[in-house]
Ligand binder design. Structure first.
Ligand SMILES: [Zn+2]
Length: 236
C-alpha cells in the first residue's frame, strides 16, 4: 500500500476511519514482543520519535520514565479486549474535576469507568490533557513538506507491531507536555518542567494496552526542539 503525504486527505484504499498510518518508521519493527507482552521488571526504551505498545494485565503497573527530563510522552490506554474503549481525557477530566490528573486519580474511559489509576508522579505534575496527538496534518500546517514522524502514526504503528488496530487516535495523556492555560484562556507551548529520571506510575484497572510515543515534535518547542527517548517498565 502506498501512503499519501497530502495535507488532509486519506488514500482511497484505506478504511473510512482514522486507523491507518500515513508513513512508517522503526516503530513497526520494534515491538517489545510479538503480542506486546513485556518481561516484568525489564526496562524498555521508546526511541526518540518512535512509539511502543505494551500489554498490562489488570493490577499491573507501568512506570514511564522521562529519562532526560525534557521529553513529552503521548500515552494511550486501550481496553485490550475491545480497542473501541480507551482512556478518554474529556471523560477523565469530568470525573476528577481537574484538567491534569494527580496521584490517586482514576483515569476514566470513554465508557466512564476506570481503565487505569495514576498512582505516582515524581515530576512537578505538569502534563497535558487538552492537545491532540501530533499528526502529519499538524506538521504540514507547520510548513513541513513530505513525511514527518508523528505521535498519531507512532500509535498506529506500535499497535500494528503487536497485531492490533484502533479505528481512531484518542486524545492522549500527554505526559510532561507543558501547555499552561493563562488567565485569559489562551495557552502557551512550553518545554517540560520535569527533571531527568522523573516518572509516573499508572496501574491498569483492566487488561489493557498502553501505547507510548516519544513525541517527534521539533518545530514547536515542547520537547526543547530536541526529541529524545523515554523508558518504561512494567511491574506486578
Ligand atoms: Zn507528538
Amino acid at each position: 500500500m502506498s501512503h499519501t503525504t497530502d495535507a488532509h486527505d486519506y488514500p482511497a484504499c484505506c478504511h473510512a476511519d482514522n486507523g491507518d498510518w500515513l508513513g512508517t518508521n522503526d516503530t513497526l519493527s520494534t515491538p517489545v514482543s510479538a503480542d506486546g507482552t513485556p518481561v516484568p521488571g525489564q526496562t524498555y526504551t521508546v526511541a526518540a520519535r518512535s512509539g511502543r505498545a505494551v500489554r498490562l494485565k489488570a493490577g499491573q503497573t507501568i512506570r514511564i520514565i522521562n529519562t532526560h527530563g525534557s521529553q513529552v510522552c503521548d500515552t494511550w490506554v486501550f481496553n485490550s479486549d475491545d480497542l473501541s474503549e480507551f482512556l478518554s481525557m474529556e471523560h477523565a477530566r469530568a470525573h476528577i474535576d481537574r484538567i491534569i490528573p494527580k496521584p490517586g486519580d482514576e483515569l476514566f474511559s470513554n465508557r466512564r469507568r476506570t481503565i487505569a489509576t495514576l498512582l505516582a508522579d515524581t515530576s512537578p505534575g505538569i502534563h497535558d490533557t487538552l492537545i491532540a496527538a501530533c499528526d502529519l496534518h499538524r506538521y504540514t500546517n507547520l510548513g513541513v513538506s513530505g513525511y514527518h514522524d508523528s505521535c498519531a502514526d507512532n500509535m498506529r504503528l506500535a499497535l500494528h507491531a503487536i497485531g492490533l488496530r484502533a479505528r481512531e487516535v484518542p486524545q492522549p495523556f500527554n505526559l510532561w507536555m507543558n501547555i499552561p492555560v493563562r488567565a485569559d484562556n489562551s495557552i502557551a507551548w512550553l518545554a517540560p518542567v520535569s527533571a531527568p529520571g522523573d516518572y509516573v506510575d499508572i496501574q491498569a484497572a483492566m487488561d489493557c494496552v498502553v501505547v507510548m510515543s516519544a513525541c517527534p515534535q521539533d518545530i514547536v518547542p515542547i520537547n526543547n526542539l530536541n526529541p529524545v527517548d523515554v523508558q518504561f517498565c512494567v511491574t506486578h
